[in-house]
Design a protein around this ligand. Sequence first.
Ligand SMILES: C[S@@+](CC[C@H](N)C(=O)[O-])C[C@H]1O[C@@H](n2cnc3c(N)ncnc32)[C@H](O)[C@@H]1O
Length: 335
Amino acid sequence: MTRKHRKHPYRKLPLPSNAPFELKPSSRKGWGAFAKTRISKGATILIDKPLFIIYKPSLKITEEDVLMAFLRLAPADKETFLRIRDNGSASFESLLATMAQNTFQVHTGGSNLAAFGMFVLLSRFNHSCSPNSTIPTSVSESGRETLAILAKRDISAGEEITFNYLPGFELKSQHERHQLLQFTCKCEACHASSSAQRASDMRRTLVRGLQYLSRGKDLDEQTQDSTLPFSIDPELKKAAEELRIPLSSRFLIDLLSMALLEEEGLIDDLIVKKIQTVSGWFETERNDRIAKHAMAQATWREKFCVAARLYGREDAADHDVAMELQTMRDLALEQ
Ligand SMILES: C[S@@+](CC[C@H](N)C(=O)[O-])C[C@H]1O[C@@H](n2cnc3c(N)ncnc32)[C@H](O)[C@@H]1O
């Protein structure tokens, strides 16, 4: 560690006493947060409160709004704010730029008011397209303005801790992701050789297509017109959009997605729970047995290979499952 790094203002940022991470320079990404010890999957990494909140849509926040919020801070919080650097290097050129780079949307007291909090510690974590931590979410016990991140998988001591800055964009290609991020991502997933990168883009595009079949809509929650990023038979596309894909196909589609997502390091508990639920829907006894046997396998690829025996098989629950999914979709649309 150089003298410059030892004296860096981030060294004085107040970390929680039990923080399982430290702040350090991160190769080609300014500074970042690194695990000090092994962090188990599901463990809380950080619960962070905002220094201040500005109750406005982000595009309407002005330099003066940030100045007023800054002036109202206690002296120690003012010092903390002034320690933040633009990607670990120089001071930000304006208060507004500091706000823009260190803010997260928060939900306040059941109101629909747009509100943005200035989170000094959460904003020290870098982005990854294969993150090992969850995106920051409200912690209800300690107030909805408080955000927390948890380990998505076991994290080794020394490993950089990252989350996804733009939720829901993992299934886009590297080019699309970089355009949305507005910086050239240097995460491990994007740093791979060009052939590995092409394979990764292909897997992510394939999962996006498979998810379209399973959910009947794309990442933006819309049905696609003819400009699909993957080729789908029009009849099949219509069946997907009407949620009429038979249960055995639905199960195989989800398992294949999981096998591909596993390769990309993108499995999370939510999708695991979803497929566990789907596996319990079979009513035809033989199908149910195959689904259970598939789910008992160790890897998602093995689960898919066993479940392949369900290919083309009808199930007694097909009609009811389609009805139930359509009702759930209609209820969600009404809200
Ligand atoms: C909120 S800051 C993250 C912490 C920052 N690295 C620091 O030193 O304070 C966001 C900025 O970090 C950099 N950054 C974050 N993730 C990155 C990544 N995966 N690749 C390259 N730069 C990244 C970008 O410059 C981005 O605008």
